[in-house]
Design a protein around this ligand. Structure first.
Ligand code: PLP
Length: 329
């Protein structure tokens, strides 16, 4: 048994794995399954809550009473943090990237409803000095008598990694129950923490499932470095390390499209098509691009040899609403 950090239980786990019969038939190749991590909860829904279970446990052990984090205006992570904070009676402050003129929609609307303090910063400040800005907010809150804790973007750090370490353990258990082996797992990559956790568990537990990340921003080389660093940070929490090279981190590049949180017509049409075909709603920022990537790789013959592919539905439904006017044009 590998000893990993403790967590606070917040998510509805385990999440179901379902087979996508019509999609599999349509593509005529591998059997495609989907893990419904979009159903980890409602206010807290999506992948971030798995990471937050470990991060917030650490925060509570440090006796914190305020969570500070950051993200884009429609950040699922910021919304999940605000929801978890309210659920636990903690304060929350969200530092959101905005270029102005954001309508009160989707995650941002929920952030307000959940009582989070919101501070907007420009995309430049977000890129260059978001950590500094969160430190300033922390100092201000300390002066007011609070005990704040800063969660980095996406909760993608060493401790957050254990969210999907446990997620991978859950999948291995489900494989046994279902009598199936997933030879490839595919997921969208935005800040790297989800991929890191799955990769860590796969290695440490001696499994040989191929894990593919479809990046939704930056590029493959950026994420290989980023995931490598997150994994190094995660080793601080366990008494083991793993030997691996960056080449083993498999990132499928080429599906960023117009850029982070921007949608092409093809991506939106794909989301609509899959919703009608399978009754599964993907989000425009992450899972829409991730699944679009997977389907296109299968069509191009790049996934030959994989018989059972598991796609992780990491959530994000609220991000669809601000884009409703782009559909059905
Ligand atoms: C954040 C997010 C991801 C990406 O996960 P990372 O751990 O940040 O790489 C994927 N899907 C959804 C819906 C997300 O909100």
């Amino acid at each position: 048994m590998i000893k990993i950090p403790k967590r606070i239980r917040l998510a509805n786990l385990p999440t179901r794995i379902e087979k996508l019969d019509r999609l599999s038939k349509e593509l005529g190749g591998p059997q495609i399954f989907i893990k419904r991590d979009d159903q980890t909860g409602s206010e807290i829904s999506g992948n971030k809550i798995r990471k937050l279970e470990y991060v917030i446990q650490e925060a509570l052990e440090q006796n914190c009473d305020y969570l500070i984090t950051c993200g884009g205006i429609q950040s699922n992570h910021a919304r999940a943090t605000a929801a978890a904070a309210a659920r636990l009676g903690l304060g929350s402050c969200l530092v959101l990237r905005s270029s102005g003129n954001d309508s009160l929609e989707g995650n941002y609307f929920l952030d307000k409803l959940l009582g989070a303090d919101i501070e907007f910063i420009t995309p430049e400040d977000y890129k260059e000095r978001r950590m500094e800005i969160m430190e300033e907010i922390k100092a201000r809150l300390v002066q007011q008598g609070h005990r704040p804790y800063i969660i980095p973007e996406g909760a993608s750090n060493g401790i957050g990694t254990f969210g999907y370490y446990t997620g991978m353990e859950e999948i291995l258990e489900q494989e046994k129950q279902m009598g199936i082996i997933f030879d490839a797992i595919v997921l969208a990559v935005g800040s790297g923490g989800t991929y890191s956790g799955m990769f860590l568990a796969n290695k440490l537990l001696g499994h040989e499932t191929k894990i593919f990340g479809v990046n939704v921003c930056d590029d493959a080389s950026y994420f290989k470095d980023r995931i490598y660093d997150i994994l190094q940070d995660s080793f601080r929490y366990i008494d083991k390390t793993i030997d691996f090279s960056k080449d083993e981190i498999s990132i499928i590049d080429g599906y960023v499209g117009k850029g982070y949180a921007l949608s092409t017509v093809e991506e939106l049409e794909f989301i609509h098509w899959l919703a009608k075909l399978e009754g599964i709603i993907l989000d425009p920022v992450y899972t829409g691009k991730g699944m679009y990537g997977l389907v296109n790789e299968i069509k191009k013959g790049k996934m030959v040899g994989y018989e059972n592919i598991l796609f992780i539905h990491t959530g994000g439904i609220f991000g669809l609403f601000p884009k409703k006017d782009l559909f059905f044009e």
